[in-house]
Design a protein around this ligand. Structure first.
Ligand code: NDP
Length: 258
């Protein structure tokens, strides 16, 4: 293998990252670009995406910012059409945008339930609908493509007051396993990544007092994962030989018990 291939193993690949304006998505976009991929960064905040593209380009990478609300199916499809026209299509989708709004179910915070379902499930499906044809086409042409969905340890474990969020993430994990069985035959690898607690903007949207106290305690009692820790896992998944599909990866802070 050439030095170039070792240093930039994703050269020639086109990676779309949703939720790329902060946290895990932002770090992953930078890491995938450093590994050689052309990255397409999607989120709503255009200014943040612009700064990210500038940073990636300064480091010698290639990036395209598309300011999109992933809950808008037509807007996501328009973004996918641009990726096809301008870059020849995506061969990696890191389907990562999400929101976590815990609260006791008896408070009936239906607006917050809906926001989580709309983004974590419908937004995820909008990206799958828009980009799966590109992934399948790329895999047929080049032998491999990747669909990596961000789930959560909440898909596996039980956390009172996190029922709706955990339910959306259980959907992501179970969906991913089914899609892997369906798309694997077409050389599209499907992975669910399930992080424990990662220090990002995710926690800043939480309004429930009990959950905020729990988070503050968790911050005191253990060292949280960083977005870069998850980004390196995404890079690892994408650079494995085409025959290898990490189906489900749980990545926990060492000090987080459950
Ligand atoms: P952040 O809040 O930092 O990132 C969320 C990203 O989603 C932002 O870039 C935000 O950008 C984007 N986003 C939100 N709404 C929309 C929308 N309607 N359309 C497009 N993009 C949107 O959190 P994380 O990085 O932590 O979260 C990333 C994923 O990781 C989520 O799916 C989360 O559930 C999951 N996760 C996080 C854990 C943690 O502890 N942090 C643990 C386990 C899983 P913008 O506002 O600009 O649109």
């Amino acid at each position: 293998m050439s030095t170039q291939a070792v240093a930039r193993p994703l050269a020639g690949r086109v990676a779309v990252v949703t939720g790329a304006s902060s946290g895990i998505g932002e770090a992953s976009a930078e890491h995938l670009a450093a590994l050689g991929a052309t990255v397409v960064v999607l989120a709503r905040r255009a200014d943040r995406l612009g700064d990210l593209v500038t940073r990636i380009e300064k480091d010698g990478g290639t990036a395209l910012a598309l300011s999109v609300d992933v809950t808008d199916a037509a807007a996501v499809q328009a973004a996918a059409d641009r990726v096809a026209t301008e870059l020849g299509g995506a061969d990696l989708l890191f389907n990562n945008a999400g929101v976590m709004l815990p609260a006791p179910i008896e408070e009936r915070g239906t607006d917050q339930w809906q926001r989580q379902i709309d983004l974590n499930i419908t937004g995820l499906m909008n990206a799958i609908a828009a980009f799966t044809p590109q992934l399948v086409a790329a895999a047929a042409e080049r032998g491999v493509a990747d669909l990596i969905n961000t789930s959560s340890i909440a898909a596996q474990n039980i956390y009172p007051n996190f029922a709706v969020y955990a339910g959306t993430k259980a959907y992501v994990t179970h969906l991913s396993r089914h899609l892997r069985a369906e798309l694997g035959a077409k050389n599209v690898r499907v992975s669910a990544v399930e992080p424990g607690i990662v220090g990002t903007e995710l926690q800043s949207h939480v309004t429930d007092e009990g959950a905020l106290q729990w988070l503050a305690g968790a911050k005191e009692s253990m060292e949280w994962l960083t977005p870069q820790d998850v980004a390196e896992t995404i890079g690892f998944i994408a650079t494995l030989p085409p025959r290898v599909n990490l189906q489900q990866v749980t990545i926990m802070p060492t000090g987080q018990a459950s």
